[in-house]
Design a protein around this ligand. Structure first.
Ligand code: BGC
Length: 765
C-alpha cells in the first residue's frame, strides 16, 4: 500500500478504526465546512483536485452489491459483473466504486463503508442505493394501486415510512419514484407508476419525492435521496413490449411524458435515471437533447443523472455504439453522470480522458455531482449515519407502519361493480366459499418490484377474512385452479364448496410474476384455467364477488365480468388480506378510483381516456357506420380511468359556473352538489375534467384538471368547489410555446372520465 497524500497521511499513519480514520481523512477535512453553500463547491473542487483519473472514474461507477445472497444479484441474474464480495471490497479499497445498490442491510453497509473510509486512499464514503418502490419491510400497495387512492397525503406518508425503514438499513438513495406514464396495459411496468393520467402522475410524483426525501433536509438520518425514473417515455414502448423502441413527438413528450419528471424536480428530487428505451432513434442513455439540452439547459437540473442497469452497455445492442469504449463516451458526453452496473465508466473513462476524447472538465463535473449528493446526504459528516444495526431492528415493520399499510391498502381497492348491493357482505350468518388461486397461501401478496419485503410476512385473504368475520369457521377456502394450470379435481372441489355456501368469493387474476419488469403480455386476460373455474363456480348460481389480483388493468370476460360484484385488489402488500377483508365486510368503504382504464379487449391497447377525437368520432355506444369504432369492441373502456363505486350512492347535480366567463388574469369558480342517497357513508372522488373544444392544436376529449375527496353521510349533500385559472388551460401551440386560446371549453364534474356527471360550457375571454 502506497502512503496517501499529505493531508490523509495522519489518518493513514494512525491506522485506527474506521471512524477515527474518517475523522481525520482528507475528504472529511475538506468537507468539514460543507453546508451546501458556495463554499461547498470550492471544497468539492479541492477534493476533486486530489483525485486520480481512476479515482474519479470510480466515483461515477455504481455496482450491484455482491454481498452473498444480495438482493441485486438474485434480482438480476444477467448481471455482467457478478463480483465476489471480496473482489468488490477490493474495488472499494482501490476507490474503483462510488456506490453500491440493492445490498443487504446495515451489516453489509457497515463493512463496506468501513473499507471505504478506512482503507481507500481518499476515504470518500460510499453511497448505498436500492429499489424501494412500495415500501421496505413493511410493504405498501403497488404504486399504481396506491395512485388510485387519489390521495397524495397517503402516498407521501407511505413513502416517508419506506424511507424511515430503508435508511435504518443503511440506504441513502432510492431508485424511486417511477413516474412513467403508462397508457398501454400490456406493458408490465405500469405497476410502479401512477397510471395513465398526467395530473395524477404529477401529483403522485411530487408526493413520493417529498415522502422519500422528508422535510428536514437530505442530511437527516431518515432522509433518502429520490430518483425520478425512467427518463423518458419508457412507458410508451411500442406494442407495450418492455424495453421496446419509443417514437413519440416532442409535443407528446412535453405534454404527457415530461410533466411528472418536472413535478419530481420541482419537489427537489436529487437524481434522475435515464431510461432503457430509444427515443426516435436515439437511446435515452445517449440522448444529449434529452439529458443535457432539456434537463440541464432548459430545466436547470443540477443533480445527478444515473444510467439504468447496464444502460450504457446496451447502446451496443441498440446499434448505437460499436463497442464498450464508444458506449461509455456516448453515454457520458450525453449527460449520464454515473453508470450503473456495466463497469464501463471505470474501465474506459480514464483512457478516454487521457486521449482527450472526453474532457477532464466533464469528468470533474460528473464527479462533483456524485460528491455533492454524498455531501447533501451528510455522508461526509458521518458516513455511518444511516448504518445502525440496532435501528434496523427496531424501526422496521412496527405496528404503526403496518397499520398505515392496512389503511393504504384499503384506500387502494376499487369497487368496479356492485349489483343489488351484494357488498358489503354480512360479518355473520352466512357461509362463504373463498375460491381461487389467490384465496390462501403466502404467495402473490406483496407484488412485483419488492426487493426487501416478503410474501411470508404478508397476510393472505383467508387469514384476513377469518380475522375480520364474526365466525371464522363460516369461511372455507378451495384453490380450484392454479394461476395458469388447472388442478386435478380442483373445479369439482370448488363447485362443491360453492354449492354448500351462501356466497362465493372468487379470487382470480395474475400472479406477481406476470407484471413488473420484462413481463409484458399480449393478451391481458385472466388465464384460461381460472376462467374455466370461474365459469363452473358461477354456474352454481350462488351470489359471487370477484376479487381481482393484478398488476395492470385487465380485459375481463365471461363469468368474471358478469359477476355481481367485482373488486380490483391489485397487489396490496403486507396487509393485503386484512384490508381486503375490511372492505368486503364493510369495516371500511371503498374509495379508490382506477388510475388506468380497463379495456373490453386487449386489442384496444393503448387505451386512455385523454385521447383525441378523430374526424369521425363515434359516440360511446353501438357502432355507427364509417365512424371510429372497432368491429368487435366498443370504442370505450369497460371501466374507465377515475371509475370506482362506493357503498353509498352519489348523485351529482346543480353545476354552477357563475357568469361562465374566465378572463385572462382571473379565476372561474365552479361548484356542484353531491348527494349520498345510499345507505352507507361514502368517500367520493369528484373529478373535474375540461375539453378545449377548438384550438390550433387538437386537444384531448377530456383532461383531468382537479379532483377532491369528499366524505358524505347517508342522506346528506355536500358542495364541491373548484377554481380554474388560465394557466391550467395551457397547451403547446404550433410554435411549441405554451399558449391558451380564447374560446369555449366544456367542463365536467364527474365520477369518472367516461361519466357525464354534471357539465356546462364556459368561455375564456
Ligand atoms: C430497472 C430500474 C432499477 C434497476 C436497479 C433496472 O432493471 O429498470 O428501474 O432501478 O434495475 O435495480
Amino acid at each position: 500500500m502506497r502512503p496517501p497524500s499529505s493531508v490523509s497521511r495522519r489518518a493513514w499513519l494512525m491506522g485506527a478504526g474506521a471512524v477515527v480514520a474518517w475523522a481525520s481523512s482528507p475528504a472529511r477535512a475538506l468537507m468539514a465546512q460543507m453546508d451546501g453553500s458556495a463554499a461547498a463547491s470550492t471544497d468539492l473542487n479541492a477534493l476533486i483536485a486530489r483525485m486520480t483519473v481512476e479515482e474519479k472514474a470510480g466515483q461515477v461507477t455504481l455496482m450491484a452489491a455482491a454481498w452473498a445472497g444480495g438482493a441485486a444479484n438474485a434480482l438480476n441474474p444477467t448481471s455482467p459483473s457478478r463480483a465476489s464480495f471480496r473482489q468488490q471490497m477490493d474495488d472499494v479499497r482501490r476507490g474503483h466504486v462510488g456506490g453500491v445498490f440493492n445490498g443487504n442491510g446495515a451489516e453489509m453497509a457497515r463493512q463496506m463503508q468501513t473499507m471505504a473510509v478506512e482503507k481507500s486512499r481518499l476515504k470518500i464514503p460510499l453511497i448505498f442505493a436500492a429499489d424501494v418502490i412500495h415500501g421496505f419491510r413493511t410493504v405498501f400497495p403497488m404504486p399504481l394501486a396506491e395512485a388510485g387512492s387519489f390521495d397524495p397525503e397517503l402516498a407521501e406518508r407511505t413513502a416517508r415510512i419506506a424511507a424511515i425503514e430503508a435508511t435504518a438499513a443503511g440506504i441513502d438513495w432510492n431508485f424511486a419514484p417511477m413516474v412513467d406514464i403508462a397508457r398501454d396495459q400490456r406493458w408490465g411496468r405500469g405497476i410502479e407508476g401512477a397510471g395513465e393520467d398526467v395530473l395524477l402522475s404529477r401529483i403522485m410524483a411530487d408526493a413520493r419525492v417529498r415522502g422519500f426525501q422528508g422535510h428536514a433536509g437530505l442530511a437527516a438520518p431518515d432522509a433518502m435521496a429520490a430518483c425520478a425514473k425512467h427518463f423518458a417515455a419508457y412507458g410508451a414502448a411500442e406494442g407495450g413490449l418492455d424495453y421496446n423502441s419509443v417514437d413519440v413527438s416532442e409535443r407528446t413528450l412535453r405534454e404527457v411524458y415530461f410533466p411528472p419528471f418536472q413535478a419530481a424536480l420541482d419537489a427537489q428530487a436529487a437524481t434522475i435515471m435515464a431510461s432503457f428505451n430509444e427515443l426516435s432513434g436515439v437511446p435515452a442513455t445517449a440522448n444529449h437533447w434529452l439529458l443535457s439540452d432539456v434537463l440541464r439547459d432548459e430545466w436547470h437540473f443540477d443533480g445527478l443523472v444515473v444510467s439504468d442497469y447496464t444502460g450504457d452497455m446496451e447502446l451496443i445492442a441498440h446499434g448505437f455504439a460499436a463497442d464498450a469504449r464508444e458506449a461509455t463516451k456516448l453515454a457520458f458526453l450525453a449527460g449520464v453522470d454515473m453508470s450503473m452496473q456495466s463497469g464501463f465508466y471505470m474501465e474506459h473513462l480514464p483512457d478516454l480522458v487521457k486521449s482527450g476524447e472526453v474532457p477532464m472538465a466533464r469528468l470533474d463535473q460528473a464527479v462533483r455531482r456524485v460528491l455533492a449528493l454524498k455531501a447533501k446526504l451528510g455522508l461526509f459528516d458521518d458516513p455511518f449515519r444511516r448504518i445502525d444495526p440496532s435501528r434496523e431492528k427496531t424501526l422496521v415493520r412496527t405496528p404503526a407502519h403496518l397499520e398505515v399499510a392496512r389503511d393504504a391498502a384499503r384506500r387502494s381497492i376499487v369497487l368496479l361493480k356492485n349489483e343489488d348491493d351484494l357488498l358489503p357482505l354480512p360479518r355473520q350468518g352466512k357461509t362463504i366459499a373463498l375460491i381461487g388461486p389467490f384465496a390462501q397461501g403466502q404467495r402473490d401478496l406483496v407484488g412485483p418490484w419488492n426487493v426487501y419485503g416478503t410474501d411470508a410476512d404478508a397476510i393472505d385473504l383467508l387469514t384476513g377474512m377469518r380475522a375480520v368475520a364474526a365466525d371464522p369457521d363460516a369461511i372455507v377456502a378451495v384453490d380450484g385452479s392454479g394461476v395458469d394450470k388447472p388442478i386435478r379435481g380442483g373445479i369439482e372441489a370448488a363447485v362443491a364448496a360453492a354449492q354448500a355456501a351462501d356466497i362465493v368469493v372468487l379470487a382470480v387474476g395474475e400472479s406477481q410474476t406476470m407484471s413488473g419488469e420484462a413481463q409484458s403480455r399480449t393478451d391481458i386476460v385472466i388465464p384460461a384455467p381460472q376462467m374455466a373455474l370461474a365459469g363452473a363456480v358461477a354456474a352454481t348460481g350462488k351470489p359471487m364477488v370477484v376479487l381481482l389480483r393484478h398488476g395492470r388493468a385487465l380485459a375481463l370476460h365471461g363469468a368474471v365480468k358478469d359477476a355481481q360484484a367485482i373488486l380490483a385488489t391489485w397487489f396490496l402488500g403486507s396487509m393485503s388480506g386484512m384490508a381486503t377483508a375490511d372492505i368486503l365486510f364493510g369495516l371500511a368503504s371503498p374509495s379508490a378510483r382506477l388510475p388506468c382504464s380497463f379495456p373490453y379487449e386487449s386489442g384496444q391497447e393503448p387505451l386512455y381516456y385523454a385521447h383525441k377525437n378523430t374526424g369521425r368520432p363515434n359516440p360511446p355506444g353501438p357502432r355507427v357506420a364509417y365512424k371510429a369504432h372497432y368491429r368487435d369492441a366498443p370504442n370505450a373502456a369497460l371501466y374507465p380511468f377515475g371509475h370506482g363505486l362506493t357503498y353509498g350512492e352519489i348523485v351529482y347535480s346543480a353545476i354552477d359556473m357563475g357568469t361562465g366567463r374566465l378572463s385572462a388574469g382571473g379565476e372561474l369558480t365552479v361548484t356542484a352538489t353531491l348527494r349520498n342517497s345510499g345507505r352507507h357513508e361514502a368517500t367520493e372522488v369528484a373529478q373535474l375534467y375540461v375539453q378545449d373544444i377548438t384550438a390550433s392544436i387538437t386537444r384531448p376529449v377530456r383532461e383531468l384538471k382537479a379532483f377532491q375527496r369528499v366524505t358524505i353521510k347517508p342522506g346528506e349533500s355536500r358542495e364541491v368547489r373548484f377554481t380554474i385559472r388560465r394557466e391550467e388551460l395551457l397547451f403547446l401551440g404550433q410554435d411549441m410555446q405554451p399558449t391558451v386560446e380564447p374560446g369555449k371549453f366544456r367542463l365536467w364534474i364527474a365520477p369518472s372520465a367516461q361519466a357525464e356527471g354534471v357539465s356546462d360550457i364556459f368561455t375564456l375571454a
